[in-house]
Every structure is written in C-alpha cells, then in structure tokens.
Design a protein around this ligand. Structure first.
Ligand code: IVH
Length: 669
C-alpha cells in the first residue's frame, strides 16, 4: 500500500473501532460480532506496528495497556476535587433545601437527582476532543496521573464525537467494577491463592493503582461521568451539559431525574433504596444537585463541599445467615481477632462468607451462641460485621460461644491488659503468625517499601530462610532460588529492593521495626527528638513522656520493646547490614544560603522528611519558616492532605505552591 493509503486506512480503522467501542460499552448496542471487532483491531495493530510514524496515544490500540511498570506522577488538580456533604434522613434534605432557598431568595429551583456511584472518583481532561489526562482524587488538591490505566477502560472515549465540545474541559465521574466482573475476578484470585478484594470499590481502587496498564486492561472497569468543569460549556445547566456530554460519547448517569419538590426527591430516594439491589453495580446513595450553574455560583462552596449539592446515604443493607464457626486470628502485635465463618449469603451485590466479631466483649455483648442465625451488615471496614442475632431462630440447647484461652497457633496462655478490649498472645518472638506479621509490616510500602517482598515473606518464612526482619539483609541469591517458583529475575529484583531499602530514612525504619503503639506519626516524632535508636533505647519513661504527644502507653511500649533481647539482637543485625538507625543529616551539614531569606510556609504531610526535618532544612539553607500564610510568604511547601482553605488562600494571594521534591531540588547542589 502507498503511504497515503496506509494513513487513510489507519484513520478509517480508528474511527470504526471508536464507533464500535461506543456502541458496545456505552450504549450496550453492539453492531458487529466480537470476532469482527477483533479482526479490525488486529489489522490496525499490524498497520501501526509497521508504520510507527502514525503513532497516536489515543488510538484504540492503546486500550490494551502496557507491561511497563509505571510510577504515578502527582498532579495538582486545576479545580480542587471536593466531596459532598452527607445526609441520612429526609429531614436533613429539607434542611439542605431550606439553606439553598435562603441563599437564592425568591428563585425557582430545579434539582437534579442522580445515583451516587460507589467507586473511585476520577477527573478526565480533554483537549481538542482528545483525552489528555486522567487524575485520581488523591487528597483533593493533588492526585495520581493514571492516564495509561484509564485508557484501558472501554467506556471512556479517547476521542470525542461531534464538534460542539469546548477546546478544553474536565469531566469527573466514578470508575467502578460491575458485580459480575467483581465476582469473576475474586473467583480467579481464589483459585490462584491470591488475597480476595473485600468489595467492588476496593477492587476498582486497587486495579486503578496497578502499575502495569496491561493488568488493568484485563479487568473490566466501567465509568459514569457526572460533573463537567470548564469554560464555554454548551449550556448553563448541569442536566443539559450532561446530555451534551452524552452526544460527545460519554457514559452519563442513566437514572437521573429533575425534581422541583422535596416529595419528588423523596420518591426518587425511596425508589432507589428499594431497587438498588437489582442494579448490576454498587451505589451507596443519591446525589442531589442544583441544576442551574448561575445558582450554583451564587451558592458557592464551604471549605470542603459545595453548597449546591448534597448526598443522601442509604442505610447499610442487612441480611440474615447462619453462623458456622468462629476462627481466631493472630495479628502481628499478638492481638487476637475473632472472625465468624458464615453460610455464604448475598449482601449488597457480593457473596459474604466471613464477618468480623472484633473482640471478646463484642461476642459477649451480642451474646452469640453456637449455630445462631446472625444479621450481617457491610460497614466501612474490609469485612462485614455481625450486628445482631435472630433470637427466634435459636435452638434451646445451643451453648454460648466461648472465647479461646490459648493462642490458636503457639498455644501460649492469652493475656488481657487492664482497660483493653483485646486479648493478646504474649509469645511475641516465638509465635509464628506474629513473627511473619511483623516481617510483612517491615517490608510494607509505608515502612521499608521492599517492592515485591510482601508476597514473598510467607514463602521465605515457611522455608526457614528468614526468622526475623533483619534476616532479609543476609539472604543470598542461591537461597531464594532454592524455593519453588523462584526464577533468577525475581531473585535479583528482590535482592535489589532489599539493598535499596537500606537508604530508608530513620523515622521509617523506626516505624518498620514494629514497636507496639508506634505508628507513622509517632515514629517521626521520636526520630526527630532522639535522633538515633541508641538514644531512644537509653531513654527512661520520664524522658519519653516528656516528649510532646508521647503518653505512658506508647512510652511503656517502647521500654518493653527494648527489654526483649531478641529485639536488641534484630536491631544489631539491622545495624550491621547498614540500615539507617539514626538520622542522616542531609548534605553533610554544610550550611549554604540557597534560600536567601525566603519565607516558606509548610502544610500537609510529606513522603521523605517529617515536617520538623523540613523546617530544620529551611533554616539550615537560609530560609525562614512562616508561622501562617500571608502576603509576605514566598511560597508554600505543600504535602498531601492539605486543607482546601489553605489552597484557596495561597491562590488568592498568588503564592506559588511547591512540592517536597521541588523543595529538595532547590536546596541540592
Ligand atoms: S458530584 C463537587 N455526582 O461521591 C461535587 N459525585 O461523597 C462533585 N459520587 O466526590 C461530585 N456519584 O466521588 C457527584 N452522581 C454523582 C456521584 C458522585 C458518586 C462520588 C464522588 C464524590 C463523592 C462525594
């Protein structure tokens, strides 16, 4: 074929495939068979391969994803990604309506009611009709750039249809996993011995954060778009703009209704409260929005939420099922958690087999008996919880469930500390699930972040290759290769990640070694105050509790930890391996006046340094710490979880915002 002909054919195929994608995934009205679709796609893939000059990031071929591991870039949202105020009763909706009417005296108000999709929020930016960027909510101010993963979602158009879309705009919506895909995915994971996802929302979130887009492409995510932002939109009402977006090829909410009265809103809520179990995906409520943009503008926003919209959250669904048995799990701290095994039952679209019982008090409080019929509900936690017993179904002879007295694994007598709800297995350094749990915690992302080790710990431990976290640093390639299913490449990668982890800053190592009650924040405080593990070890109860935010409970946890010779032994091994057990003063303490008196405000939480450390760095490099944001502030050093009010303020004063990395670049040579 001539070059020109090839070009024509490529363009034609792209258009056809975009069209069939839309018919299939947005309208659910396929016009051709899967086979015909695959044949067209194959032709396009081959033509593009042979003619790399015609590469287009928005070609339908890009939807298959790639095997390259991608770290996500953090991007600041053009418009902060706010959430909605929640309500749980019609009375609260009436209050909302009153507030709206008070804000718009005498106006005629139209509301748009939509389903509240229970998935992962996403913001898509389109420029000249092409998908440019897809960003997750993150902390509302900045999110992860997951464009490559989002391109694999077939109902999201890569190229828009029609012509009347603005040159540039953002459209927001919810990415979710339909029930059928979720069940299939978990069934596959179960067969492969992989951990299951608790619910479709977690599965969607986990999938979207996958570093390989080819993995995402295999999981049938879907997306409804419900909020458009930008200039030159075709209409000045939300509803009309959604209809326009539909013309451009987006999948917009199907169940949507314009309401003028509370009665109409209430009818919509009640209808979907009953019918939601029939939907092929999860919803957790209804969203009510003022339709007119002008009215939305007049109402404006509070610090966190718009005043022109609200969500109504459904009460959690409950089902009854039979209690089969109770398992007792031993966590990394030795805490014992009872978990109920249930007769499998369908709840809010997914099958439930297990439920949390929290602790022995909960068992007593519910007065659970063997073989009881229990009511189960999904809470915010990973597994559902038992919220009550159907006493009518209890047999006369059934006995109350007895909490165990010994550790189910190592058989040590359990203990219960005064005032605490949980029983503990005291055999900290000899009880296998505790040891394994501690190593898993040690390698986890927020601790030493040893990539790929989380899944391997089990095998390393079972094969006797590691008995504590420090043993990881003495592993050899031969040892790893001696285990089943380990190839050269994964062994090399694992060793590389372990080596790399030696650079982890002290405060994270302190978090990683798993001292009871020492979480991420406490570890930062302790690291900044004591500067090294040796100083911390020497500290008395009084010295510990004199540190801000350190109470008796944490202090005793620390003292007990260092009393145990096995822990001291692990620390010595870590030290000898070269793990950082003291604060590493950045840049060898050379004080350079790089910041030249700049006044810097800090807000949010940071990845690499604690806030205290950053403040020290600012001073060390000749800057000044701002006590609040004012027109004198030179810039704002922003981490994650920063409040929108602060961001508004810096916007108002036109103060530049920089990230931790920007800042570190400023002070480095
Ligand atoms: S509108 C400024 N519409 O619920 C508010 N949100 O709790 C823009 N959600 O952040 C959001 N379905 O992630 C809107 N039909 C819908 C929604 C919806 C689900 C999510 C969204 C939002 C969160 C608020």
């Amino acid at each position: 074929m001539e070059k020109e002909q090839i070009k024509q054919r490529i363009y034609e195929l792209r258009e056809q495939l975009d069209h069939h994608n839309y018919q299939y995934y947005v309208l659910a009205q396929p016009e051709i068979s899967d086979y015909e679709y695959d044949t067209l796609l194959k032709e396009l893939i081959d033509l593009e391969k042979g003619n790399p000059g015609f590469f287009d990031p928005n070609s339908p071929t890009q939807r298959v994803g790639s095997d390259i591991n991608k770290e996500f870039k953090q991007v600041v949202h053009k418009y902060p990604m706010l959430s909605l105020g929640n309500t749980y009763s019609i009375e609260e909706i009436i209050d909302f309506d009153n507030r709206v009417r008070k804000g718009l005296p005498g106006a005629i108000i139209e509301y748009v009611c939509e389903l509240k999709y229970d998935g992962v929020a996403i913001g898509l930016t389109y420029k000249n009709g092409k998908l440019l960027q897809a960003i997750t909510r993150g902390d509302g101010i900045r999110g992860d750039d997951v464009t490559n993963n989002v391109k694999t979602i077939k109902s999201i158009p890569l190229n828009l249809k029609g012509t009347n879309y603005p040159d540039e705009f953002e459209i927001r919506g919810e990415i979710f996993l339909p029930h059928s895909s979720f069940d299939k995915m978990n069934a596959e994971r179960e067969a492969a011995g992989e951990p299951l996802f608790a619910n479709p929302r977690n599965a969607a979130a986990g999938t979207l954060k996958q570093q390989k887009s080819s993995v995402v492409a295999k999981r049938p995510l879907d997306c409804y778009l419900y909020f458009i932002l930008g200039n030159n939109l075709p209409s000045s009402s939300h509803y009309e703009n959604l209809l326009a977006a539909k013309q451009w090829g987006f999948k917009i909410p199907e169940h949507i209704r314009i309401c003028s009265t509370i009665d109409e809103i209430s009818a919509f809520i009640n209808y979907w409260n009953k019918e939601r179990s029939k939907l092929p995906f999860d919803i957790d409520g209804i969203v009510i929005k003022v339709n007119s943009y002008q009215q939305q503008d007049e109402l404006g926003f509070t610090a966190k939420t718009p005043r022109w919209a609200i969500s109504y959250k459904f009460k959690a669904e409950q089902v009854a099922t039979k209690l089969l048995s109770i398992d007792y799990q031993v966590g990394r701290t030795g805490a014992i958690t009872p978990v109920a095994n249930l007769e499998p039952v369908l709840l809010a679209g997914t099958t439930v087999k297990r439920a949390s019982l929290h602790n022995s008090d909960q068992i007593k409080l519910l007065d659970i008996h063997e073989n009881d019929t229990v009511f189960v509900e999904k809470g915010g936690e990973i597994i559902p919880k038992i919220v009550g017993i159907d006493l009518k179904m209890r047999s006369f002879s059934s006995k109350p469930a007895e909490f165990i007295k010994q550790c189910p694994v190592c058989k040590a007598e359990l203990i219960r500390v005064e005032g605490e709800a949980k029983y503990y297995c005291p055999n900290e350094t000899g009880c296998p699930p505790q040891i394994k749990g501690r190593i898993e915690h040690f390698v986890s992302r927020k601790a030493m972040n040893i990539g790929g080790a989380e899944a391997t710990v089990e095998a390393l431990f079972e094969n006797g290759l590691i008995k504590d976290s420090a043993d990881l640093y003495y592993l050899t390639k031969e040892q790893i290769l001696s285990m089943d299913r380990f190839a050269e490449k994964s062994a090399v990668n694992l060793l590389k990640s372990i080596e790399e982890s030696k650079k982890t800053p002290f405060y994270r190592v302190l978090y990683a070694i798993g001292i009871r009650f020492v979480g991420e924040t406490t570890a930062k405080t302790l690291a900044t105050h004591f500067k090294s593990i040796d100083e911390l070890r020497e500290a008395s109860l009084e010295q510990l509790t004199s540190v801000n935010e350190i109470g008796e409970r944490i202090a005793s946890g620390i003292i007990d930890f260092f009393k145990n010779q096995k822990n001291i032994h692990v620390i010595e091994k870590l030290k000898n391996a070269g793990v950082q057990l003291q604060i590493n003063e950045p840049d060898n303490q050379i004080i350079v006046n790089k910041l030249n008196g700049k006044i810097i405000a800090i807000s949010g939480t940071f990845e690499k340094y604690s806030r205290e450390e950053l403040k020290n760095l600012i001073e060390k490099f000749g800057g000044k710490n701002a006590t609040s944001i004012s027109s004198n502030t030179s810039f704002l050093l922003a981490g994650s979880n920063m409040g929108p009010a602060k961001l508004e303020k810096v916007k108002e004063l036109n103060i530049p915002v920089i990230s931790e990395d920007d800042f570190l670049n400023m002070i480095k040579d």
